[in-house]
Ligand binder design. Structure first.
Ligand SMILES: Cc1cc2nc3c(=O)[nH]c(=O)nc-3n(C[C@H](O)[C@H](O)[C@H](O)COP(=O)(O)OP(=O)(O)OC[C@H]3O[C@@H](n4cnc5c(N)ncnc54)[C@H](O)[C@@H]3O)c2cc1C
Length: 293
């Protein structure tokens, strides 16, 4: 029995462009927005049994979907069961599908500090934790995690304490499971001071991102040498360089912006060109943070 016959929440041949920040790429063979944790678990068990590959998508801020689409099942935790925030003392617990910006705002309003410096990073809590998102100046999300609830791809659910999770630079040991929710342990602080700090950092963040309406991504990890990927790309003289409809941002060379006629393969080719040019000039191999499915 096909997945869409077995599960009401599954649809076939769903264009994924509308689920990604770049609005590019082909279709998901199967796409599911499960209504409950039990439904998600049944889906994972079914896929394991049928050897169907499974992908999870958040806001698609760090995913490039190939033009010829994605085989298997793509899952989005967009339903209310996976969204929502509760605050208890210094702890915030949220569903993995919750937008991280909402969690930061709730923390600030509740007088809880520690994540306000990450304002402006787009994504859901699940995506932010999977890639241990952060900034050089303000740390990363892993520092504030107390525990994470996951389902492995065989459908087994467990609560993992921080000591059993590895958080590294733009990487975590959580990327081989479906993150369901997490609890962050934050510091008590003055809400007014936190709000001021958050607003200041929001403005700084927005001035560093490409201006205008075109969708953009930040596809590279910053090299461990301390230089930013954007600085290296700028030094290589690549600002404004284009491949098809994909171009290096004029404002911050770390970003790629896409024109309406862009296809996913233009982005792949531009990333490859940037890597080659930067390696030729600086002998530094840029690593891709963007997940190319
Ligand atoms: C303009 C812009 C600025 C950015 N700035 C920064 C920055 O300053 N610092 C930084 O670290 N990143 C930055 N990013 C990258 C991006 O915001 C992060 O990678 C973010 O975590 C993506 O979240 P998402 O929900 O969109 O995840 P997606 O892009 O949808 O997915 C990313 C990865 O997470 C996995 N994933 C998503 N949800 C789950 C889940 N529930 N369980 C398991 N795995 C899951 C996906 O399978 C995929 O492998 C930026 C991106 C953009 C476009």
């Amino acid at each position: 029995m096909s997945l869409s016959d077995a599960f009401r929440c599954v649809r076939c041949d769903v264009p994924l462009a509308m689920y990604t920040r770049l609005q590019l790429g082909g279709k998901a063979e199967f796409f599911a927005e499960p209504e409950t944790e039990n439904e998600l678990i049944s889906l994972l068990k079914h896929c394991r049994q049928e050897q169907t590959p499974v992908h999870v998508i958040g806001t698609g801020a760090n995913i490039l979907v190939p033009d010829d689409g994605v085989a298997g099942l793509t899952i989005a935790l967009s339903r209310p069961a996976f969204n929502g925030i509760t605050v208890a003392g210094q702890r915030i617990t949220a569903g993995a599908g919750t937008k991280f910006g909402q969690i930061i705002t709730q923390a600030v309003v509740s007088g809880l500090g520690g994540i306000e410096g990450l304002i402006g990073i787009p994504g859901t809590l699940g995506g932010i934790l999977a890639g241990n998102s952060g900034t050089n100046a303000n740390g990363d999300v892993g520092q504030c995690v107390e525990s994470v609830r996951i389902a492995d791809f065989a459908g087994n659910v467990s609560d993992i304490p921080k000591r059993d999770i590895t958080f590294a630079y733009r990487d975590s040991s959580l990327d081989s499971a479906v993150i369901l929710s997490a609890t962050l342990l934050l510091d008590k602080d003055d809400p007014a001071e936190l709000a001021k700090r958050m607003q200041k950092l929001w403005i700084v963040c927005k001035t560093q991102q490409p201006a205008g309406e075109l969708p953009s991504i930040y596809p590279f990890k910053n090299p461990t040498s301390g230089t930013s990927a954007g600085d290296l790309i700028d030094q290589a003289g690549l600002k404004g360089t284009k491949v098809g409809g994909a171009g290096v941002s004029e404002r911050n060379a770390g970003f790629i912006v896409v024109e309406p006629e862009c296809i996913a393969n233009d982005v792949v080719r531009l990333i490859s060109l940037i890597k080659d040019e930067v390696a030729n000039l600086t002998e530094i191999e840029l690593e891709t943070a963007l997940q190319i499915w």
